[in-house]
Design a protein around this ligand. Sequence first.
Ligand code: ATP
Length: 337
Amino acid sequence: MSFKIALIYGDGVGPEVIKAALEVLEALDFDAEYVEVKAGYEYWRRTGKPMEDGALDVIRSCRCVLKGPLMTPPGTDSYRSVTVMLRQTLDLYANVRPFKSFGKASKKIDMVIVRENTEDLYSGIEYRLGSTAITLRVVSERASKRIARFAFELAKREGRRKVAVVHKANVMKESCGLFRSAFFEVAKLYPEIQAEEIVVDSAAYRIVVAPETLDVLVTPNMFGDILSDVAAGVVGSLGLAPSANIGDGYAMFEPVHGTAPDIAGKGVANPIASILSAAMMLSYLGDAKRARAIEVAVDELIAEGRVLTPDMGGTAKTVDVAREVARRAREALTSFR
Ligand code: ATP
């Protein structure tokens, strides 16, 4: 069956890493029709529009989106984040960010951050009162229960044993308090899974010093955003961290990292985060074998340590890593048959 997939190449290193992901999908003979949707900061600078006309209709006509990072520079009043807008408009309420240690890493890390993706301080409700700026933190019972349920269902599906809610309810008694109580309410429906709580600052510390003790973390939007970069650093590089934005019946896949303007255009961006995001897309589409083939290829590549980009201590280019993962993934897929 051929899948229709919307492609947003993104800004900065986006086109380089998304092309790498496409090369791997092609090597696996994944049957897809890609429809490019132009969007992002560069597009806005050229046209005055954040996305091309009719973009949302095209996106909705596809099965899902594969997307590179999009730039949202601070201080640009008239330009708002296209990524946040897509997550909210398409109601992609669960941001799933798995962090695994690959290759011969000393600590065995296998954790997933499940981040609420539509509310919190990213509600977009902000204003000035004289010389004071106010951003509203919106946390609803509906969204909090929905994300807690999603995290427990993910844990059940993946045979995971613990889900921890990350909060700061001792200080933000209303917003974090509601997020926390909704979580424990939902936890009662999953007695076979251990429900825990971790205060956000302590979660940051544990991710750094004892990541192997963590399993599933469910977080409000902003905490999840920040903790993800901490976790990416602990597994070795932002260039290794994939993600999925999942709603009821639609999804968008993208690397956790941003546009990396410091290395854009140099051909040295690590494409693995985007390649693994494509693997998450394959799993979502029910193609577990091809997804697994990519994971095996990445694990082998990192264990061998020969073809790695500079962020991982290597000298390889983006295209070299893409070619090598594609070759190994194809071999792995053949061996599964
Ligand atoms: P943005 O404004 O788009 O968020 P940023 O530079 O603030 O960009 P990131 O793009 O996430 O944030 O980059 C943070 C650091 O991680 C940078 O030094 C960047 O070069 C590095 N980095 C990010 N992605 C990659 C990648 N795929 N490969 C190698 N290094 C990366």
